[in-house]
Design a protein. Structure first.
Length: 355
């Protein structure tokens, strides 16, 4: 039950501090924003959530057009997903104060546009905790949910339901409503016909029981490093990396090349906020939405492999590799497993602004 208290307290805080009274009262995101929500979406979000917000363009990113989402999600829920992301998943923090590209004005415009495009009215859900038997819920989860959401809530082909940001910002009623109704146009089925009320309560209580507590991180903005130092171990022999399909290199081979201090370039295609949190040693940030102009003059045009990665593991890195190859850097490759698997395997990472 501790999770409920944390969430309720955080929810109250969000409405007052971040959103402001007018925002909380009206239940909409905007108020005079001049930014173009559609253009922001195309530049920053379409890569994974799809050109038409249909979801699953990459990384099993959820639909941003399902009516149920916009009917039952509170404005702070959506705001927090975009501002702080879902740590440990490909969904990055997009708020400027976290190192992302979006100002508050941009976030208002983007969310207003998404809500307007969805074209549904929001239903006010109860803020009361859902009471159910979490042990029963665990059985329901194992039987009906784990195949997509993962045995420990890590997400397999569906969102990570044990994610601390999700559980800190989603109300019990929102979780239960999502489980009961599903999400139209996505693989998430509605369980109203399959599970009775007690089972819906139980699985909701089980999800809640995994909440670990979460507080918004302090603002952190680090100056990106000097791109002229792109090449690592510049006087050593080049890393030799076996290729899959002429495009992908394996994490084990890159880790071995780093340990042997081979010549290599590592580029991080995720938003700068992700790079700030942690990155592969010596990697330079080249966010997928920024283009390669700034970095290109500093990249070698010889046998030095250029390895690009993201969390995804292929969408953002693939976009940067395509741009590099179009600019004549044929030796640009995608890190096959991506940065989440890299970190999970215990290969070295650098934390904060350090390269
Ligand atoms: C066939 C795969 C599948 C099964 C089975 C499934 N889900 Fe989902 N679920 C998804 C997908 C995919 C999404 C994201 C929606 C989208 O694609 O836009 C989702 C979304 C959700 C969400 C919203 C989370 C968020 O961040 O948006 C909740 C909560 C949820 N599911 C709970 C459950 C529970 C509880 C069960 C079992 C009773 C379950 N799901 C079974 C695929 C599944
Ligand atoms: C690199 C791929 C990627 C990009 C780019 C991306 N997202 Fe996501 N997004 C995801 C994934 C994956 C999730 C689900 C994470 C999880 O919970 O496991 C997600 C979740 C979300 C959610 C929560 C939805 C729900 O059902 O609860 C919102 C809202 C969202 N993203 C909005 C955005 C917006 C707006 C942008 C652009 C500024 C964006 N995303 C860019 C991959 C991405």
């Amino acid at each position: 039950m501790a999770g409920v208290t944390v969430r309720a307290a955080l929810g109250a805080l969000l409405f007052v501090t971040l959103s402001g009274p007018a925002y909380a009262a009206s239940g909409v995101h905007g108020g005079g924003s001049t930014a173009d929500g559609a253009a922001l979406y195309a530049r920053y979000c379409a890569l994974c959530h799809g050109a038409d917000r249909e979801g699953h363009a990459a990384d099993h990113a959820p639909s941003l057009r399902a009516p149920e989402l916009f009917e039952s999600a509170s404005p702070p829920y959506l705001w927090y997903a975009v501002a702080y992301g879902r740590p440990g998943t490909p969904m990055a923090a997009y708020a400027k104060e976290q190192g992302g590209p979006l100002s508050h004005d941009d976030q208002h415009a983007l969310l207003d546009w998404l809500v307007a495009e969805a074209g549904v009215a929001r239903r006010e859900l109860s803020d009361a905790p859902v009471r159910g038997d979490p042990r029963r819920g665990q059985q329901v989860y194992a039987q009906h949910c784990a195949s997509c959401h993962g045995g420990t809530g890590e997400g397999v082909t569906a969102p990570a339901l044990a994610n601390p940001v999700l559980l800190a910002t989603a109300s019990d009623a929102f979780l239960r409503d999502t489980i009961a109704r599903g999400r139209t146009g996505t693989p998430m089925p509605g369980f109203r016909a399959v599970l009775d009320d007690a089972d819906l309560d139980a699985v909701t209580a089980f999800l809640r029981s995994r909440a670990g507590g979460w507080a918004a991180p302090a603002p952190v903005v680090v100056d990106p490093p000097d791109p002229s130092r792109a090449v690592q171990n510049s006087s050593a022999a080049p890393a030799i990396l076996p290729l899959r399909e002429g495009r992908f290199v394996a994490a084990a081979d890159v880790a071995a090349a780093l340990a042997a201090q081979r010549r290599i370039v590592l580029l991080d295609a995720r938003p700068l906020s992700d790079w700030q949190r942690s990155h592969l040693p010596g990697a330079l940030p080249v966010p997928y939405y920024d283009g390669i102009e700034r970095i290109l003059p500093h990249l070698p045009d010889d046998d030095t492999p250029i390895v690009v990665y993201c969390a995804c593991p292929h969408a953002a890195s693939g976009k940067v590799v395509d741009a590099l190859r179009a600019a004549g850097r044929e030796q640009a490759y995608v890190l096959d497993e991506g940065s989440l698997v890299w970190a999970a395997r215990g290969y070295p990472i650098a934390v904060g602004g350090a390269r």
